[in-house]
Design a protein around this ligand. Structure first.
Ligand SMILES: *[C@@H]1O[C@H](CO)[C@@H](O)[C@H](O)[C@H]1NC(C)=O
Ligand SMILES: *[C@@H]1O[C@H](CO)[C@@H](O)[C@H](O)[C@H]1NC(C)=O
Ligand SMILES: *[C@@H]1O[C@H](CO)[C@@H](O)[C@H](O)[C@H]1NC(C)=O
Ligand SMILES: *[C@@H]1O[C@H](CO)[C@@H](O)[C@H](O)[C@H]1NC(C)=O
Length: 395
């Protein structure tokens, strides 16, 4: 007798070492469905080789819990179902109180209703199928172990480069006995940042001895700041002094998704050339008329528009008029200002451009060093609910 107990235990340990049992686990819930919906699949410890479901009923109030359990302990709880209690047994459908326990030993086997006793012990309905899940998950895949049948577990996985599940913790879904899926279907999404969705017109003016250096670092930063893509960021650039310098113009539709090409074009076309006053307002008007338009490759109204002003000196003309017009068109206006050495910006002028403090980013070195708060500000405008990305084929 003793010998056989040892060999059973040894066998069990051997089996469970191969791969841990997976059980649905939940704390006390008010129904089987609520337990399955709010619980999670757990890898059991090596000494836990059963999945246990316990249903306590007190009148019409039901409490359900599910857990990993030692097989012998679970078995002995299950044996109590038939123990004499009151007029019938401990697990019953004819008394005010009832306690039922069921054990099973396969992965995910304790999903759904009690498997070892009649349904009416739980005051339940017949299990229903769930609506068919589409087997396609854009940029990923779905595997369900029982299709759309009650108790089926679907696992979601993202396969596209840079794509991951959103919401993050929704790796699997369960068809509850009441005919509903436990969760809304997740999607495969790319993180934002850096996958912003925005068309940005960049207006640049740098002056002084560090102008060349500032230009170079700004252009390099811009081309690497976000992912340039037809469903990501597109950039159009223009240098200005007294006038918009048209030979420096790069339109949204000139480089496809090729960030290397964009940087090449920027370095080739954008040159420091300063004379006369700095008419940033005039350049902004030019951007509204010639850059932020469909003919220049701006995408449709589902994509946000941005107007970013890169300067290290105070503009000389009226900037408020064109900035307000941009805002009226739904375009977000930002200032990236470099305040190096003794130079100080006229803050009112920056505010005229940006419209609010949160849209003013001022750096005291020649590096664009955005704080977490700045990034949050940008994300608030240019990131979307990733499952709802307007240019993606999410369902
Ligand atoms: C099924 O049960 C879950 C969890 O208790 C609940 O959220 C959902 O609304 C129920 N669905 C139906 C159709 O009753
Ligand atoms: C479950 O799938 C089957 C087979 O695809 C289908 O006939 C049935 O209508 C589905 N159930 C529900 C509730 O959609
Ligand atoms: C991107 O542009 C660079 C520079 O013009 C070019 O060498 C490269 O082949 C392009 N890449 C793609 C994928 O077209
Ligand atoms: C960027 O700014 C943060 C504070 O906002 C600072 O701690 C960090 O050193 C800066 N990084 C560089 C490269 O200047």
């Amino acid at each position: 007798m003793q010998f056989s107990w040892i060999s059973v235990a040894a066998l069990v340990i051997c089996i469970s070492n191969i791969s841990a049992l997976q059980c649905m686990t939940c704390g006390w819930s008010q129904s089987i469905d609520e337990c399955d919906a709010s619980g999670h699949l757990k890898e059991c410890m090596s000494n836990q080789d059963s999945c246990e479901t316990t249903v306590r009923r007190n009148g019409n109030n039901v409490l359900v819990s599910k857990a990993c359990k030692d097989r012998i302990a679970c078995r002995s709880n299950q044996l109590q179902n038939a123990r004499y209690a009151g007029m019938s047994t401990q697990c019953n459908s004819d008394q005010h109180n009832s306690v039922c326990t069921c054990c099973c030993n396969k992965d995910m086997c304790n999903i759904g209703s009690l498997s070892c006793v009649g349904k009416n012990q739980v005051a339940e309905y017949a299990a229903q199928d769930c609506p068919v899940v589409s087997t396609s998950l854009p940029h990923g895949k779905i595997d369900c172990n029982k299709d759309n049948r009650s108790g089926s577990v679907c696992k979601y996985q993202c396969t596209g480069k840079d794509y991951s599940l959103w919401p993050k913790e929704r790796e699997n879904n369960i068809c509850l006995g009441n005919g509903s899926w436990a969760h809304k279907k997740p999607c495969c999404a790319r993180p934002c940042p850096p996958y912003y969705l925005v068309d940005i017109a960049m207006l640049i003016h740098f002056t002084g001895e560090n102008a060349e250096h500032l230009l170079k670092t700004t252009l390099e930063d811009t081309a690497t700041f976000a992912v340039i893509a037809e469903d990501g960021v597109k950039i159009s650039t223009l240098y200005h002094n007294e006038n918009p310098v048209e030979s420096s113009l790069i339109k949204f539709n000139e480089y496809g998704e090729n960030a290397t090409l964009l940087l090449e074009l920027m370095l080739e076309r954008i040159k420091i050339s300063n004379k006369g006053p700095v008419n940033t307002g005039k350049a902004m008007r030019y951007a509204l008329d010639n850059m932020l338009i469909p003919e220049a490759g701006m995408r449709d109204s589902r994509v946000e528009g941005g107007l970013d002003i890169y300067i290290n000196t105070n503009p000389d003309d009226d900037v408020k008029g064109p900035a307000d017009e941009a805002r009226r068109r739904g375009i977000q206006v930002y200032v990236f200002g470099f305040e190096i050495g003794d130079f100080k910006f006229d803050r009112k002028k920056l505010l005229d451009i940006a419209g609010k403090e949160e849209h003013i980013f001022v750096f005291d070195t020649d590096l664009i060093n955005l704080s977490e708060q700045d990034i949050e500000e940008l994300s608030g405008h240019f990131c979307q609910n990733p499952c709802d990305h307007v240019l993606h084929d999410h369902e």
